[in-house]
Ligand binder design. Structure first.
Ligand SMILES: [Zn+2]
Ligand SMILES: [Zn+2]
Length: 247
C-alpha cells in the first residue's frame, strides 16, 4: 500500500494489543496535538488564528492544563479570551437592545436577538481544534484500515487476533465498512467483526464480573487474575480510553 505514512500507525496500533487499537491511535494523536498546541504551534500564526477562534473542549483543555508549561497555556488562552469576549459583547449588546424594545416585537418576528447572538458562543463551546484534527486523521486511518484488511493477509490476521474495539469505534468501523467495502466484502467483514466483538465483550464482562466476586469473603484469599484491572478495561471497552492519573 502506497500510503505508508498512514499504514505504519495503523499497523503499530494493532501490534499493541490494547482493548481498542483505534483508541490507541486517538491517544497518540491527542498527545501529539497537546504537545504541538503548547510548543511549535505558538509560532504558527495560522494555527493561532484557529485556536483563538475555536478553542478546545473540556477534555483537551484538561490535557493542556496537566502539562507543566503554564505560560504557554496562558498565552494560548490570553488571545482566545479576546475572541470570546467579542462574542460575549455581541450577546450583551443584543440583550440591551431586547430590554429597550417592546418584547412582543421580537416574539412576532421570531428573531430573538439574544438567542441569535449566542449561537456564536454555542459554536465555540462545541468546537475544539484538537478534536477536529483527531477526527479527521482517524477517518483517514479507517479508510487505510479497510485497504489493509482487503489487501494484506498479515494485517487481516492481526485484526482477527486483536482484542476487538471499544463500542464507539466498533460502530465507526461498521460505518466505514459500509462506505469503503463492496457488498460481499462488507458482509464478510461485518460477520467477522461482530463475532469478534461479541467474544471480546464477553471476555471483558467476565473480568468485570469476577472483580465483583473478589469482594465476597469466600474468595478473599484467592489470587488476582485478569479481573484485577477489569473495571478500567470495562470502562474503556464501553466508552473508549480514559486518562488515568498514574500515567
Ligand atoms: Zn476505541
Ligand atoms: Zn477536544
Amino acid at each position: 500500500m502506497k500510503e505508508t505514512i498512514y499504514t505504519i500507525p495503523v499497523n503499530e496500533a494493532f501490534d499493541d494489543l490494547s482493548e481498542c487499537p483505534f483508541c490507541y491511535m486517538v491517544k497518540k494523536l491527542e498527545d501529539e496535538g497537546v504537545e504541538y498546541a503548547l510548543g511549535a504551534a505558538m509560532m504558527e500564526p495560522d494555527y493561532r488564528v484557529l485556536s483563538n477562534e475555536k478553542g478546545y473542549c473540556n477534555k483537551h483543555f484538561g490535557m493542556l492544563f496537566k502539562k507543566p508549561n503554564k505560560l504557554s497555556l496562558a498565552l494560548v488562552m490570553d488571545t482566545h479570551f479576546d475572541e470570546l469576549r467579542k462574542k460575549l459583547s455581541e450577546v450583551s449588546k443584543s440583550s440591551r437592545q431586547y430590554a429597550d424594545t417592546k418584547h412582543g416585537f421580537f416574539k412576532r418576528e421570531k428573531q430573538d436577538p439574544i438567542q441569535n447572538a449566542k449561537k456564536s458562543i454555542d459554536q465555540c463551546n462545541r468546537s475544539c481544534i484538537i478534536c477536529e484534527k483527531v477526527d479527521d486523521t482517524i477517518e483517514r486511518y479507517i479508510r487505510v484500515f479497510f485497504g489493509l484488511w482487503e489487501n494484506d493477509n498479515e494485517f487481516r490476521r492481526k485484526v482477527e487476533t486483536s482484542k476487538g474495539f471499544c463500542l464507539p469505534h466498533f460502530s465507526k468501523l461498521l460505518d466505514g465498512a459500509k462506505k469503503y467495502l463492496g457488498s460481499s466484502k462488507y458482509a464478510e467483514f461485518c460477520k467477522m467483526i461482530c463475532e469478534k466483538e461479541e467474544a471480546e465483550l464477553e471476555r471483558v464482562h467476565n473480568d468485570v464480573h469476577n472483580f465483583t466476586l473478589k469482594f465476597d469473603y469466600r474468595n478473599h484469599s484467592s489470587k488476582w487474575g485478569t479481573e484485577k484491572d477489569g473495571p478500567v478495561r470495562g470502562v474503556e471497552k464501553i466508552a473508549g480510553y480514559i486518562i488515568k492519573d498514574n500515567k
